[in-house]
Design a protein around this ligand. Structure first.
Ligand code: FAD
Length: 390
């Protein structure tokens, strides 16, 4: 099995230079060798830490991280290339676990962290020696981030943390979690603080491995924090500015999620295209029936439109803008298109599409998450709507 053809529609886009395309080619060969053969196995047991260490050795975990912290010092587009190529490997769960580590945890440490925190966490994170998680969601608060209950209270010169977090990706393999807490419940949006909590701190408990509909290659945890004491060196950013910090983080999470998810549905499209050329019904290849041909036309048009929106938004983001409305549009539209494409790919495969052997069923169940996680469709619509002054 190979993922090398047909030619990726991303190749040659104006945001990508020759260096980006060389990077794409080298990641693609890594993916063909070290991900594609193991996708089915990872669905059973989740991906092994060894693949993350290997990516660290190859310099793939810190493509846009400054060289002084072990990274490659590349631009934002290198992250897009990584997400797209990992997606083409066909393991949504691996893509998600990796993205949490590279695009959701390390960027806020680099932006808000102290020099000591960058050395302690980013350097081994980039090397693939450690893997991290992000803890926002709680049993009683997901979309409504401001409704979280995890508390951090000043005590003995440090902070005492109590609470729980759920649906935490990498929560069974991580050595540290970026934890969103409330430090002053009376201060509204100014009462939140982020902490970098090592998972071996007394009181941190990995309560449950959660079973789920898709993303089986990733591990998802319910975590609890009972009288977990950390000193001031664990505070990430400014005390009281945690809400602002996490909203900044969520923009990058949504944009990379949109790009990865769309590329994952492109993977399903590519596979389905091959299938529709090989499979014959009523005396001709499936794709030569007009109804099926039109499905491809429709899917390709929507994939192209969604990709254009993502790349345009990524361009603004990469030059330092903070395009919340466009990021929300990208997340909303790309994940809806990806879901629609994955569904059509299963349909075009017929019964085969329902079988694990043909991969598209995995894409469908994995992709459903993207319309829920990191800000569901309804929340994205609300952010976009409010941006017009409502
Ligand atoms: C596999 C998986 C991995 C995840 N990984 C992580 C992780 O690593 N870290 C982390 O912190 N979280 C993680 N999440 C959590 C995810 O981000 C949340 O599930 C998501 O934000 C939605 O929150 P919720 O589940 O509490 O839904 P709720 O907030 O209870 O919402 C339920 C539904 O109601 C809708 N809704 C809510 N409020 C409104 C409103 N005001 N108007 C209209 N509709 C509304 C929502 O859009 C949604 O459709 C993960 C989730 C899953 C399933």
């Amino acid at each position: 099995m190979t993922v090398t053809e047909p030619l990726s529609p991303t190749a040659g886009h104006v945001i990508f230079t020759e260096e980006h395309e060389a990077l794409r080619a080298s990641i693609r060969s890594f993916v063909d060798r070290e991900i594609v053969p193991y996708v089915a196995e990872w669905e059973q047991h989740t991906f092994p830490d060894s693949v993350v260490r290997r990516m660290g050795e190859l310099g793939l975990l810190g493509l846009s991280v400054p060289e002084e912290y072990g990274g490659q010092g590349g631009d934002y587009f290198t992250n897009l290339v990584l997400a797209e190529e990992i997606a083409r490997g066909g393991s949504g769960g691996f893509l998600m676990g990796l993205s949490v580590h590279t695009d959701m945890v390390m960027p806020p440490i680099l932006r808000f962290g102290t020099e000591a925190q960058k050395r302690r966490w980013v350097v081994p994170g980039v090397a693939g020696e450690q893997m991290y998680a992000l803890g926002i969601t709680e049993p009683d608060a997901g979309s409504d981030v401001a409704g979280i209950r995890t508390r951090a209270v000043r005590q003995d010169g440090g902070w005492l943390v109590n609470g729980s977090k759920t649906y935490i990706t990498n929560g069974h393999r991580n050595s540290m979690i970026v934890l969103v807490t409330k430090t002053d419940p009376d201060a509204g949006y100014h009462g939140f603080t982020l902490f970098l909590v090592p998972m071996d701190t007394p009181g941190v408990l990995r309560e449950q491995k959660l079973r789920k509909m898709g993303m089986h290659a990733s591990d998802t945890a319910l975590l609890s924090f009972a009288d977990v004491w950390v000193d001031d060196s664990a505070v990430l950013g400014t005390v009281g500015k945690g809400f602002e910090h996490i909203m900044w983080e969520l923009q990058a999470e949504r944009l990379i999620g949109a790009a990865g998810c769309l590329a994952y549905s492109q993977y399903a499209f590519d596979k389905t295209l091959r299938y529709a050329k090989d499979r014959h019904t009523f005396g001709r290849p499936l794709g030569q029936h007009q109804a099926i041909r039109h499905k491809f036309a429709d899917m390709a048009t929507k994939l192209t439109a969604a990709r254009a929106l993502i790349y345009q938004t990524a361009r603004c983001y990469a030059r330092g803008d903070y395009p919340v409305r466009e990021i929300s549009m990208s997340k909303l539209y790309a994940t809806q298109v990806a879901w629609e494409v994955a569904d059509q790919c299963v349909q075009i495969h017929g019964g085969a599409g329902y079988m694990d052997e043909y991969d598209v069923s995995r894409v469908l169940r994995d992709i459903r998450l993207y319309r829920i996680g990191a800000g569901a469709d309804e929340i994205m619509l609300d952010v976009i709507g409010k941006s017009f002054g409502f």
